[in-house]
Design a binder for this molecule. Structure first.
Ligand code: THU
Length: 159
């Protein structure tokens, strides 16, 4: 038997340590939580996607009485960006969540389905995208979706 260890690289920043561009991206993700439609969970999530041409597309979670018919903020924002700019890669995505009258203390963790959808963007454009996870305590920054989804299933798996 051989034991394997998978390593994930995460950088932890204070808001002021980030570039102004990333501070703005996080601020937009936070603002987007106000546009969330989340009457069932009362968990409002906002996401802001920065494209390689500098444009920003944003979205929030959209719930449904038939629960699985809703969509997370990350995929709402990312699919919106992909639909509007199908030829432009995503450079970064910022995510923030608001619940119980405040933003989360710890950086928000994207769900597995969103990680998989983010991974598809890396494969589609063959370049990594950075993920910024906002929390009041600080921001996690990962340089590739693969850091959030080790041992992943990609188009190469289908070959
Ligand atoms: N949610 C997101 O929007 N993003 C995530 O990564 C985690 C969960 C939403 C889905 C649902 O509307 C609510 O948060 C509670 O799960």
């Amino acid at each position: 038997m051989e034991k394997k260890t998978l390593v994930t690289h995460i950088c932890f920043y204070q808001f002021e340590e980030l570039s102004l561009e990333y501070q703005q991206l996080i601020s937009i993700a936070k603002e987007q939580t106000e546009k969330s439609y989340s009457p069932y969970s009362n968990f409002a999530v906002g996401a802001a996607v920065l494209m390689h041409n500098g444009e920003i597309f944003a979205g929030s979670n959209q719930e449904n009485a038939a629960y699985p018919s809703g969509l997370c903020a990350e995929r709402t924002a990312m699919f919106y960006a992909n639909a509007q700019r199908p030829d432009i890669p995503i450079r970064a995505i910022a995510i923030a969540a608001y619940a119980h009258n405040d933003f989360l203390e710890d950086p928000v963790a994207p769900c597995g389905a969103c990680r998989q959808a983010l991974l598809e963007n890396e494969g589609r454009f063959e370049q990594p995208l950075q993920i910024l996870l906002y929390g009041k305590k600080g921001i996690y920054v990962v340089d590739s979706v693969k850091d959030l989804l080790p041992l992943c299933f990609t188009k190469e798996s289908l070959q």
